[in-house]
Ligand binder design. Structure first.
Ligand code: HEC
Ligand code: HEC
Length: 341
């Protein structure tokens, strides 16, 4: 198990960190990573990555956020492993198959950032996390950038070329068809009914389709590297369902809330749960359900720099979680009545 790791070198590492983490020697990427870390990670993992330092740490359910300054454990992870942890898909950790997947980091309360940040930014964060335990990034980010950019450029020119070839072939086909029609016009007398030309898909058209697909993929990979993910404007969802369906959805939503998206890592219900976002005990009274749906599917669409990451909920999951939040209707906290004078 990856989680069972010692604390042997922690003391030594702490010393290295004091000098190693010095901001003066930071390159541009590390400094970008520091900035992002402070915005998205610090509340749980602490400013210097030390356990129990982040204000949210104590309120979190088990397992609590890992100590990112502990070299003995952290140096056993490759850069790619850290990258994958912070950019994985959220999966339902109440399922045994998910817990059994050795490749998967199954802690719902460690959020994903794949729907919030660009790949470039994610690498910057990994680089900064490395400095917290006296390490440094070895993954070749510039190489990756260059590779994606050149793949994009090559796919684009192949695509343009394939389109030209296809257009030429189509023009030729049209000219031939027109010529054939002229001919048949001449001997109209022999054959009354014009034979219809069968729609033929040219190999050049098929080749173009393939290039267009390849180009779309290369473009998406390149944009995903360089830009933050964006979603289209979301139409107002129609959330009306029958009462029985609503009940079922809310049950499902409750499981998603705790076991898949780890909302409880940042939000509290009663005395339980994190304090990064507002308490949700009274969400059912306070918040409008269409607003909630849109917020949880795409927080950045509502508030660009919110600390709440987009956790990648699809339409169904957002409906279910919204239905669950609608059931949260705790009474107003009692305000102690001041004693009579
Ligand atoms: C809501 C609190 C929370 C936030 C925000 C958060 N984490 Fe975590 N993180 C956790 C928890 C909980 C764990 C699980 C610890 C464990 O399994 O021992 C964890 C584990 C990790 C691990 C260890 C993974 C492993 O394989 O053991 C890394 C690395 C990490 N987080 C990095 C980050 C980075 C970088 C950010 C910001 C981009 C971040 N975390 C934001 C709660 C959080
Ligand atoms: C990493 C922490 C984090 C996680 C995980 C997280 N949230 Fe949030 N949430 C926030 C923060 C911070 C805010 C405050 C938004 C702001 O003003 O920028 C917020 C705001 C909200 C609000 C608006 C509350 C209000 O009273 O205005 C709702 C509703 C909400 N989150 C639901 C969820 C749900 C549901 C999930 C799980 C799918 C979730 N959040 C996961 C941090 C988080």
């Amino acid at each position: 198990m990856r989680k069972v790791l010692g604390r042997v070198a922690a003391g030594v590492v702490a010393m290295v960190m004091v000098t190693g983490g010095c901001a003066m020697f930071e390159d541009e990427r590390t400094s970008k990573g520091r900035h992002l870390y402070r915005h998205y990670c610090m509340h749980c993992h602490g400013e210097t990555g030390q356990q129990a330092e982040g204000f949210n740490w104590e309120r979190m359910p088990d397992p609590r956020p890992r100590d990112l300054s502990e070299s003995a454990a952290m140096s056993t992870f490759t850069d790619e492993e850290i990258f994958n942890t912070i950019s994985r898909e959220m999966r339902d950790t109440s399922l045994q198959s998910v817990l059994d997947d050795e490749e998967y980091f199954a802690v719902a309360t460690m959020p994903t950032f794949r729907y919030t940040l660009s790949e470039d930014e994610l690498w910057a964060i990994v680089g900064y996390v490395r400095t917290l335990h006296g390490g440094s990034l070895t993954f070749d980010v510039e190489g990756r950038r260059a590779q994606l950019e050149s793949q994009f450029g090559a796919a684009q020119s192949d695509h343009d070329q394939a389109r030209q070839v296809m257009e030429d072939a189509l023009a030729k086909q049209e000219a031939e068809a027109a010529a054939a029609e002229d001919e048949s016009d001449d001997d109209m007398s022999e054959d009354e009914d014009d034979e219809e030309y069968e729609e033929v898909v040219l190999p050049e058209e098929e080749a173009y389709e393939r290039e267009a697909e390849r180009f779309a993929l290369a473009k998406a990979a390149w944009e995903n590297f360089s830009k933050r993910p964006k979603m289209d404007h979301m139409a107002r969802p129609d959330l009306t369902v029958t009462e029985t369906e609503q009940h079922k959805l809310a049950e499902e939503g409750k499981n998603l809330y705790f076991n898949q998206y780890g909302c409880n890592g940042c939000h509290s219900i009663g005395d339980v749960g994190g304090l990064v976002g507002p308490a949700l005990d009274r969400a059912g009274f306070r918040l409008n359900d269409t607003w909630v749906y849109r917020w949880i599917r795409y927080p950045q669409g509502v508030k660009k720099h919110t600390r709440m990451p987009n956790l990648g909920l699809d339409d169904h999951d957002a409906r279910a979680v919204t239905a669950y939040l609608e059931t949260l209707r705790a009474p107003k906290p009692d305000h102690p009545v001041p004693p009579p004078e």
